[in-house]
Design a protein around this ligand. Structure first.
Ligand SMILES: NC(=O)c1ccc[n+]([C@@H]2O[C@H](COP(=O)([O-])OP(=O)(O)OC[C@H]3O[C@@H](n4cnc5c(N)ncnc54)[C@H](OP(=O)(O)O)[C@@H]3O)[C@@H](O)[C@H]2O)c1
Length: 230
């Protein structure tokens, strides 16, 4: 599969993180489809993003199942409570596809405290539930939505990409790169626990230092070895 031409569906793409990622990918020239529980809501959110893109790309909107059916790469960007039901709703069309799970298992109201589910990683748990036919990759948990729709803002946060299928992981590294981010192969899907936990650490830092979007950066490796933006 050529990541540059693959259609990307963003389930929960009407929300903060999903819409921001969709915006960056549409700007990079991908065909992007927003998914929602409500097709009309998806269409309205897609029209807003297309307006914001001002001729530099377009975004379509559909219900979650139609969006997942239309895409080769499906991104899941919904609150933790909706992760499992949303994935199961589209499971029938995910076989052989890459599912990029952005979900962080936050437990409101203490979202600045690490509270991973039993077994460690929410994304690993989903991979077990969906089975090996769905190539689940974990990414973008540490990228704040705050600046994603501001193209003048360089995203100052590296992306940890975890997954058991190395080719799928590589394709997600390339996707992050096309969105202007630096991304790293960060090991197996079990390692997603670290990325998921880091988000609560970053929220605690945001609160303490009164900033909107603390991020992470990997050191000790030449940055051109990562999926660095060219
Ligand atoms: N916001 C960030 O800065 C950020 C950063 C990194 C990771 N994340 C993670 O990314 C995921 C999405 O975050 P977000 O801030 O974009 O969330 P959000 O704006 O609150 O929600 C995203 C979308 O999820 C859908 N949704 C909400 N409740 C649902 C439910 N009960 N069942 C099914 N769908 C539901 C909604 O879409 P429809 O109503 O259109 O179906 C909503 O627009 C979360 O797991 C979050 O932890 C967020």
């Amino acid at each position: 599969m050529n990541t540059n031409t693959a259609t990307i569906a963003v389930l929960g793409g009407t929300g903060k993180e999903g819409a921001g990622l969709a915006f960056r990918w549409a700007y990079a020239g991908h065909r992007v489809v927003l998914g929602s529980r409500d097709a009309a809501k998806a269409a309205a959110a897609a029209a807003e993003l297309t307006t914001l893109l001002a001729g530099r790309g377009t975004v379509e909107g559909m219900d979650n199942l139609a969006a997942a059916s239309a895409a080769a790469i499906v991104v899941l960007a919904v609150p933790f409570a909706a992760q499992r039901p949303t994935a199961l709703e589209v499971k029938s069309v995910l076989e052989g596809k890459i599912l990029v799970d952005v979900t962080v298992p936050l437990a409101p109201p203490k979202v600045d405290k690490v509270q991973l589910p039993e077994g460690g990683s929410a994304v690993e748990r989903l991979q077990k539930e969906l089975g090996p036919g769905v190539r689940v990759v974990s990414a973008f948990q540490n990228v704040s939505a705050v600046h994603l729709k501001d193209l003048g803002h360089t995203i100052d946060c590296d992306v940890l990409v975890c997954g058991d299928d190395v080719d799928a992981r590589e394709q997600v590294v390339l996707l992050a790169q096309s969105a202007g981010m630096v991304a790293w192969h960060a090991g197996s899907i079990a390692n997603s626990a670290a990325a998921e936990a880091l988000t609560s650490v970053l929220i605690a830092i945001n609160k303490r230092y009164k900033v909107p979007s603390a991020g992470i950066r990997i050191t000790g490796v030449p940055r051109y070895d990562a999926g660095a933006p060219s």
